[in-house]
Write a protein that binds this ligand. Structure first.
Ligand SMILES: [Zn+2]
Length: 289
């Protein structure tokens, strides 16, 4: 085996109890630790700072996020512990992108990113670590792509980076929540899939629109799975093949890739440790890439 695959995680990610987008990361970390053959090293990232978040969020919104005011915010941090989790998770995406640019591949056990807008949180997302990571990539390379295969659309990412000329967005969903209208045929690809037998072809169509980007961020939601929030017929085998498609593509295109966990929920029939096993498919595909 070559050098270890560095994936970002610290106990801070999972500090706030009761919110799956936060607590799930610890289950995925445990599943990774239980498989040493993967060759993964879990690395704690530097948390995102208020200063760097100004590049993606409005000052007034950050003021709310950084105020410890329990109960005041609809979707923002209600406790200091939750804020610590969110800053670790967002910082992890920035760190994973930097590592991918160095080593070719990385990831962060981050969730709850892509619905967060410039001036508000939405849908369990407070800080848009994908946008933060994309801007980190542009410090080193001329173009970046964000492939969003979460079950829901990433309207927050579009809100922040949709007009950025160096950012390409490819968003394939199985649910129309948080959908967005492309404004650039060259940089925007959106597809809602209703037929599970078309899902892998839709993934390939999305990847084709990203040919030429110099770095890829991959929002690898498992909530497309039929038992994790998705649609009937999207089985473990389909998500396994999806992950192989994405990481094989990145390897063939020689594009550095950094993944985030994104969605995948225990209210649809699976336990959190079972959801963690689905996310392990992403880690496995990344580890062999
Ligand atoms: Zn989702």
């Amino acid at each position: 085996m070559g050098s270890p695959l560095r994936i970002y995680f610290s106990k801070s990610y999972a500090l706030a109890a009761g919110l799956e987008t936060v607590t799930k990361s610890a289950h995925v970390a445990a599943a990774i630790t239980a498989e040493p053959a993967l060759g993964v090293e879990l690395v704690p990232p530097a948390p995102a700072t208020r200063e760097e978040l100004k590049a993606i969020h409005a000052p007034a919104y950050l003021k709310e996020v950084f105020a410890v005011a329990p109960g005041q915010l609809a979707t923002g941090p209600r406790t200091a512990a939750l804020r610590t989790s969110l800053l670790a998770s967002a910082g992890g995406m920035r760190a994973a992108v930097a590592e991918a640019l160095r080593a070719g591949r990385s990831g962060s056990l981050s969730s709850g990113l892509h619905h967060a807008r410039r001036d508000s949180g939405q849908g369990f997302c407070t800080l848009n670590g994908l946008a933060l990571g994309a801007l980190r990539a542009l410090e080193d390379v001329s173009s970046v792509g964000i492939l969003d295969l979460d079950a829901h659309f990433g309207g927050g990412t579009f809100d922040i980076l949709g007009e950025h000329p160096q950012v390409r967005l490819a968003d394939v969903s199985v649910n129309d929540y948080d959908d967005w209208q492309p404004t650039s045929p060259a940089r925007h690809h959106v597809e809602l899939v209703g037929d599970p037998t078309d899902y892998l072809a839709a993934t390939e169509r999305a990847l084709r629109t990203l040919v030429g980007v110099r770095c890829l961020l991959y929002n690898a939601g498992m909530d497309v799975h039929e038992n994790a929030g998705g649609i009937k017929g999207l089985t473990t085998e389909v998500v396994r093949r999806r992950e192989a498609l994405v990481f094989d593509w990145a390897r063939r295109q020689q594009v550095p890739i950094a993944f985030a966990l994104a969605g995948g929920y225990a209210w649809s029939g699976l336990t959190l440790p079972q959801i963690a096993q689905l996310h392990l498919e992403t880690v496995r595909a990344c580890a062999v890439a």
